[in-house]
Design a protein around this ligand. Sequence first.
Ligand code: MN
Length: 735
Amino acid sequence: MIRIEDVIEKVENNRPESDIDLIRRAYLFSALHHRGQKRASGEPYLVHPLAVADILAEMRLDETSVSTGLLHDVVEDTLVDLDTIKTYFGEEITRLVDGLTKIAYISDLSKEKQQAENVRKMVLAMITDVRVVLIKLADRLHNMRTMQFLKPEKRARISQETLDIYAPIAHRLGMGKLRSELEDLSFQNLYADEYKKLSKEVEARRPELEATLEKITNSIKGKLTENDVPFVLIEGRVKRLFSLWKKLKKRKLTIDQVYDLIAARIITTNEKKNCYVALSVIHDIWTPVPERFKDWIAIPRDNLYQSLHTSVIGDSGQSFEVQIRTQEMHQIAEEGVAAHWKYKESKLGKREEDESLDELRKTVEKLLLPLVESTQETEDSEDFIESLKLDLYPKDVYAFTPMGRIIQLPRGATPIDFAYAVHSEVGDTCTGAKIKGRIVPLKTELQNGDVVEILTTPNSTPSRDWLSHVATSRARNRIRHWIAEQQRAESIEIGRKLLEKEADKFHISPKKLLNNEGEMKRIANEYGLGRAEDLLASIGYGKTLPRNVLAKFLGAKKFAELDPEKKKETKFQTGVKAVKKFIGLGEDAIIVKGVDNLLTTRARCCNPLTGEDIVGYISLGKGIVVHNKNCKNVKQLMVNKDRIVEVEWAKNEAKHIQSVCLLATTENRTGMLAGITNAIAEIKTGIRNANASVSKDDRGLIEVTIEVFDKKHLDRVITSVEKVPGVIAVERVNT
Ligand code: MN
């Protein structure tokens, strides 16, 4: 078992100026809270965080990483919460532990293999600090090393996940050694029988293979020395079981058909040219297979791997591979990012730690980005990364259903997008949402890792407001589609009423026209429309005027005869008089059900209050816009009086708050503003804003924006303001 002193010794050797006290405190904290817990092996749980910290110290990571290694399971597996971690260990460690806890949660959910790609992306999306990945990989490595005590199913699941997610990430980060170990351990646990069979086959050949390898390495040593090529190490190795197995499966070969079971590696001193000299020596001893030569030194791999690879035909006619690289290249091949960190640091010195961390971040971004590029436009991604550090999915957010399904959404997505992504019906009937068990507004922006539960109510319908709270085209299209359908239904209804009214004016029975399907269709066709319904919809939308429809129905002569306008020979009247004359609420007034829904909107100019006298204007394509009857714009709209319709409030109009601005003219004396606002507050009315000023003629002008439900409410407010001593007049103004 690893002791904390072993870990500390490593950290002290690697980084003499480290804060050892921090590590000790993290150790004690972890020991205290994991006390009594046991691993599957029966050992105390603490063995695990200690081993993880040791792996991290081995990687030469900083004291923050090592301490986080000690604390990484505390939030997940004990009662300690992040706030407590913050109190004891500060912001940075808390952030790291939080990242690790979130990833652990995802891992638990990701049971389906087909989601491996998603999970991998998501893990990357959650990484805001490269140390989170390194600690997670160390954690996984130790778990893989000690998984023999787990049940086979659990072993298989964890191994599959390691192959799907963590080994590729390690590969991307250039951490060859860690990746190999993860892969071989996964192979051993996931395909136990095949692993046993293959390792038996390799073991049977091992003495022979090692003898061959020894011969090869000896020849290389001799020739390099003879030619004065400096080298550090010549290694011979048998191919790793997992990569051998993959090859056998992919090419459908037996082990005897594999020619590169063995390989040799030359590690030269840190001078690139020695690699090329060594290469020429190798090609001098054995004949190379031309198409198998690779120069990864001149053109490094994406993950910064550098090496020369060549295959040669050996003395016995069997070919084998030789890899040639410098010591530094070798370290990068084995340790990847972790080695990079080391080199940067030794070059920059201790003081420049922050800068070196930044450098490292950039490297990691470069390494990890290709993994995610497929789903991302490349444009301005650099800017994003600059601003978001390591947030590799600036444009994506991953959330879960309570059942653990992963939903990938663009950043800015809300529970509404989520609901539509789950199923369009869920979206249509969505009435609320819970995130992590708490009810949230539907416009809440989703965060990575959110578990979202959508609340639905049968028969409920989407709302037009949703359009301003969705980020996916799927949701937007569904909502628009729904609105279009509703609007159509409503516009047909409105169109029918308008046409009936117009027929009335001409003293024609509405039924005579509306029930005459042939005629309706004929007129519709004249407008380029297919069916009678389309004609009604067009009238409802304000695109077609009912008067014109009647003209087509009656024919020019009869139309002129019956035209009520002509009959009266009325001159065009303007002004309020005309409005009053024209409007006067009749029995057939159109009932405005819930203003602001679909085809009826409240005019912005006068913002009519529920209960006030109103008039409707059929505006082209927008349906009926409802104005206050006294609105000065109505006068102007009268020019198109064919478009004016009578409207009234629905009886059970739902109460909703509206802002209204009042202007009180007062005597110029102190305390007026307070007097007025008190009067308003006394009748339990909200005040949004209040302003006092003095007019040129020395009157006080007080503007108050209040929140009222309807006209009655407004009238009450006005009455009580009028009673305030010193108030001369009160009027409603439009702002
Ligand atoms: Mn762990």
